[in-house]
Design a protein around this ligand. Structure first.
Ligand code: ADP
Ligand code: MG
Length: 238
């Protein structure tokens, strides 16, 4: 297996408290992997390490390829339109693109997430779900090898959430980039992932289970796997 992402025996401490106990994770190129665990166990910390925004206290992080992050709170620039936000991301990652190329790529990705009609609107005039879609479009537009999603649908109502999960699946199935998604939602992890890494609570959190999800793709609406669901819930509450 060629690992795109390898965490070798990483730990993370804040003062005397070891949040993450020695943990190793290998992720192959093209896998959709979820990090599932209770709140506060260190999921975002691990994602930040993969993004290069945080560093382990001990151990090694190796990442082959450029990553883009989608956060829970979408973090759009309020003074730019939906299109402008995507163009802005493109300018910093691919400075050689012409303005016309940037605009074309931005509009194509807005279309892909169903927001072609809202390209000129600023974030204040977009619903939470629409803003999150812009965040996803912005991440895909820069064509990163690795997509890092930190509870990307956590702030949305159930219906919007399901809609965006399915849209993300469609986007992902088009070219199967490597994805690492943080979630505490068992059903979301099952619907989207090839593989689910379950974490124990902090302090001394670590990966306690590495579970392959063999449901056929393309996956559309939930064809739930009740046994897997029970297993995951059991692990989370153990
Ligand atoms: N800057 C910090 N200083 C001290 N503790 C922190 C800091 N950042 C995060 N933590 C602690 O590290 C733990 C893991 O945080 P986080 O990675 O955000 O968890 P998760 O994303 O799983 O909810 C939490 O218990 C949090 O309180
Ligand atoms: Mg978090």
């Amino acid at each position: 297996m060629t690992s795109t992402i390898a965490l070798g025996g990483i730990t993370r401490s804040y003062g005397p408290t070891r949040i993450i106990a020695p943990t190793s994770i290998d992720i192959a190129s093209g896998q959709f992997v979820s990090l599932l665990g209770p709140s506060g166990c260190g999921k975002s910390t691990i994602l930040s390490m993969i993004a290069g925004l945080d560093h382990p206290s001990t151990g090694e992080v190796t990442v082959n390829g450029r990553s883009a992050v989608v956060f829970q709170d979408h973090a759009l620039l309020p003074w730019l339109s939906a299109r402008g936000n995507i163009e802005f991301g493109l300018r910093s990652v691919h400075p050689s693109l012409s303005p016309l190329e940037r605009r074309t790529i931005a509009d194509r990705h807005l279309d892909l997430v169903g927001l072609g009609h809202a390209a000129d609107r600023r974030p204040a005039r977009l619903s939470g779900g629409m803003q999150q879609r812009v965040g996803i479009a912005r991440a895909f537009a820069v064509e990163p090898e690795i997509l890092l999603l930190d509870e990307p649908f956590g702030a949305l109502d159930a219906l919007t959430r399901r809609e965006l999960q399915l849209q993300l699946l469609q986007l992902w199935e088009a070219d199967r980039r490597t994805v690492v998604m943080v979630t505490h939602d068992v059903d979301e992890a099952i619907l989207l992932s090839d593989r689910i890494l379950v974490m124990s609570p902090s302090p001394d959190a670590t990966v306690i289970a590495d579970i392959a999800v063999d449901l056929p793709r393309p996956r559309s609406n939930v064809d739930p796997d009740p046994a897997l669901r029970r297993e995951l819930l059991g692990l989370l509450h153990s």
